[in-house]
Design a protein around this ligand. Structure first.
Ligand SMILES: C[S@@+](CC[C@H](N)C(=O)[O-])C[C@H]1O[C@@H](n2cnc3c(N)ncnc32)[C@H](O)[C@@H]1O
Length: 297
């Protein structure tokens, strides 16, 4: 088998050139991909390192895992069908370390395109939004069982939705809500006048973040990733949401700086954004921000 021959979906990995430029993968280095998805970043990085045996690909989504296991079959790489927080705990227990760790956060295009998963508000589907379908809590639980106050908090904190009170109130008054389009229709009612994006965009993002505990996963995983980095190892995080980027920025700042005990050196002083060519070709990349830091040697 040729190690350079792993084929992945045509889906373009976000800021791949920038990831390679800042992370500078070297021959023989070990790689941990916390959110391997379709394996685009992984294939490119592993082609440079050539070290499959000491590398690990994680995804909590079963469809992603199946695709990864066929794209990387026979390569000797380890695949983990688990969330990256619990995976990091397990890898620490096994005393593993990695030269490169990448987390490309959020959902992947198959999630959004597979109507039945309930991530999209444009087609009717059950309110699901679980990345890991073994998990019990679904979007329907959040929408139909959470108190009005908690719902409003979710919409405000995770969606940065200005009409969080009105939308939470409409949801509670119209429960049970059974489908994505029913929910999107209610959100539209809370909006008078013009909204640049579909008015349901922020509500759906907020509920998705809550269903998958995305911010807790990220803030708790960051110190574990630092622990998993080998001296001189690089940690790269691509975020798509200002709250995620803030968590990464603050964590990197807290572990770096001109202190004798700083654990990290920032390789990106400011977040790196995709170039105009990429944003024109891949709308999902528009909100992406990349931050990279290296562990002290
Ligand atoms: C943006 S996609 C990654 C795309 C990938 N870098 C590529 O090149 O194809 C994010 C992936 O991370 C997974 N994911 C998101 N949060 C996760 C978590 N907490 N633990 C494990 N996987 C997660 C999603 O299921 C999705 O497949």
């Amino acid at each position: 088998m040729h190690q350079n021959s792993h084929q992945v979906d045509s889906h373009e990995p976000v800021m791949l050139a920038e990831v390679i430029e800042y992370v500078k993968p070297q021959k023989g280095e070990s790689y941990l991909d916390a959110t391997a998805g379709l394996g685009g970043h992984a294939a490119a990085i592993l082609n440079l390192t050539g070290n499959y045996n000491q590398s690990v690909l994680i995804d909590r989504d079963e469809t992603a895992l199946k695709r990864l296991s066929s794209s990387f079959s026979g390569s000797g790489i380890k695949l983990l069908h688990q969330d990256y927080l619990n995976s990091a705990k397990e890898l620490i227990q096994k005393n593993r370390t990695f030269d490169i760790i990448l987390a490309d956060l959020g959902v992947s295009s198959p999630h959004l395109n597979e109507v039945s998963r309930g991530f999209s508000f444009t087609k009717t589907a059950p309110l699901d939004m679980r990345m890991d379908q073994r998990q019990e809590k679904t979007a329907a639980d959040i929408v139909n069982k959470t108190s009005e106050k908690q719902l409003a908090e979710i919409l405000r904190n995770y969606g940065e939705e200005p009409r969080y009170r009105k939308i939470a109130n409409l949801i509670v008054k119209n429960r049970p809500i059974n489908s994505t389009t029913e929910l999107a229709g209610l959100v539209r009612k809370a909006w008078v006048g013009h909204s640049r994006t579909h008015p349901a965009t922020r509500t759906f993002m907020a509920i998705r973040i809550a269903v998958n505990d995305e911010l807790t996963q990220l803030s708790q995983a960051l110190p574990l990733w630092l622990e998993l980095l080998a001296p001189g190892g690089r940690l790269a995080v691509i975020s798509f949401h200002s709250l995620e980027d803030r968590i990464v920025k603050q964590y990197f700042a807290s572990e770096s700086g001109n202190r004798y005990d700083a654990a990290l050196t920032l390789l990106t002083k400011h977040p790196v954004a995709p170039g105009p060519h990429e944003t024109a070709n891949n709308p999902r990349s528009r909100s992406a921000k990349l931050r990279v830091a290296a562990k002290q040697k």
